[in-house]
Write a protein that binds this ligand. Sequence first.
Ligand code: BGC
Length: 746
Amino acid sequence: MADHDRPASLTLAEKAALTSGATAWTTQDLERSGVESVVLADGPHGLRRPRPDVDPLQLGGSLPATCFPPAVALGSSWDPELARRVGAAIGLEARAAGVGVVLGPGINLKRSPLCGRNFEYLSEDPLISGVLGSGLVAGIQSQGVGASVKHFAANNAEHDRFRASSEVDIRPLRELYLRAFQRIVTEQQPWTVMAAYNKINGVYATEDPWLLTELLRDEWGYTGLVVSDWGAVDDPVAAIGAGLDLIMPSTGGRSDVLITAAVERGELDQAAVDRAAGKVLELVDRVATAGSRPVPTFDRDAHHALAREAAGRCVVLLRNEGGILPLDPGSDESIAVIGELARTPRYQGAGSSMINPTRLDLPLDEIIGFAGDDRVRFSPGYRLDAAEQSDVESLRAQATAVAAAADVVVVFLGLAAAEESEGFDRQHLELPAAQTTLLDAILAVNQRVVVVLSNGGVVRVSGWQHLVPGLIEGWLLGQGGGGALADVLFGRVNPSGRLAETIPVKLSDTPAYLDFPGEFGKIRYGEGIFVGYRYFDARDLPVAFPFGHGLSYTTFEYAAARAEAVPNGIRIRVRVINSGDRAGREVVQVYAGLPGSQITRPPRQLIGFTTVDLAAGESREVELIIPRSELAYYQPQLSRWLVEGGQYRIEVGGSSRDLRGMIMVEVPGDDPGVRLTATSSLAEFLAVPQAEAVLRHLLDGHPMGAMLDDPALVSMIGSMPIRRIAAFPGSTISDDQLQALLSQLS
Ligand code: BGC
């Protein structure tokens, strides 16, 4: 049977059956009609394909796969091409394992540093999330495997995640929380989009016709399939009616019965079931087309090498005083390696994304690999298991003695697995006390200290950051992270990672502090558009390390930047010079602000970025074309994106607080096409010369006519709707005249 004949030939019951899973990880097959099932698997930073012999919903026990750097690290690469290569490798492993759809990437914004799942997300900025997410999807889908962009949408907390409502205004929703989804959908047409657990403004994401149909399909032109997050559907009939196509996992036939009955009773449009079943069939066909090509195998060594290379690009060198780094592999300096995390690394987060790696680099082994056994002494210093802290003091004393005897100390600090996971949020940003007291004790005997952090969500470093000459943010780096950290410590890799999220001084400084995680089933996004650096800059708050920050072992200089408006945006040109003595990569960042804007805006927001590799002494001109759409804001009353005209302040530099050049560029505004109505204000009428003239004429003789010449009075009554002015006692504007005026102006 030809594929396009299939939907028509299916019975209602068969179509309804297609709209939910057959098992935890497969879609329904229909033997009679030759419809095969599709295998879906997590995602996002590697493949989690459950082993056939373990319970499919158990989180451990999956087949070995390469564990690439989780999103928290990959975001710091600011490199969409790297994301594409990683995505392609994940896609290849998926094909080899017979998986048709990889459940990732996760592109939700990091609204609060407390979100337990921040390690699965790329950034606090929608441009980075969108550009890197787009790279990942392009890579996965280049292998004939579908991606699942998740969790759509406004899923920014784990607390009460199956029921809570994200209460968010349309501007932040559009400009921040939906923005990365919009980019990826329009650029890549992901095979699937995953609808989130939460509600948005009171409506479940899986049951929201505005979200799944009006916005995603009608406005953004999405043609793929919408799958629910696992267990996210509360009411299957409402979900299918709203635009969801596939309910996962299996409902054991329950949803089929409800959907069929609802159609028969006329409560659910048959067309919705046709659409959902049709989307499942399209997915089956896409997977079958890819599956008809020979099943690839993948080279584990090559993928491990990629995992290590990628991890090296994600490491962020936060601080390097007195050139303590890189360490010299050829010297005879002794090195104390302190911290359990050096031999028991944390390299990924807990929950549905947990991968069974094909192998694992240990930082301690890799350091010994560079420096040799004789130079390195290790001491664990603390335990990762909070329940076993009885020997805290003796571990600390041993480690301090080892540190005291060494020329340089590398201390591994970070969060234990139990402290952050899918399913719950953190309560604070603190490192375990056993670790910070250990650091104090080490600093008392040796100040030549490099701290290496391992954490999925940011931790507080204020209080001690200035005491350590070397500080590396190692995030969770995947299975090659141990090697990558050693590569950076010994200078084989010159670090080029940049923070994709701000490291605040303290939790109470953070934008969502008073509204996170919410209560009584509601999460109020009270900070509006001021998320991440947008907020810290608007409040002029100090931060521990700003968004975009990251050092290199070389130095970069910027020549004067130039910027000009071009028909569809802004062109920026700047020459970047590697003024140091080794090759390095700079991440050139462009921010825009509009002083004197008529709308609420942050002082600056990222509108473009690119990376440039430069040999020692080399210089290159970098050009960025920023599309006009990056300057647009969402006008809620007109329900459209608008560019406000004016003199934009374009800033170019190496971080949001290391701006090396500023240029003002005049950008013409969009015509808002505002129509004056009876409820428009006096001030709005006076802003339109033609309207002002008629109004003056009509008010002639009325006291208000005279008031129009007094600026103080106009300021006082300017916000009054024209209809109410017309209704004033003794008004000289009749209803008919007002109507005539409005139709003349429209
Ligand atoms: C997670 C998803 C994941 C799914 C399947 C859910 O709990 O939120 O991200 O893809 O489980 O494991």
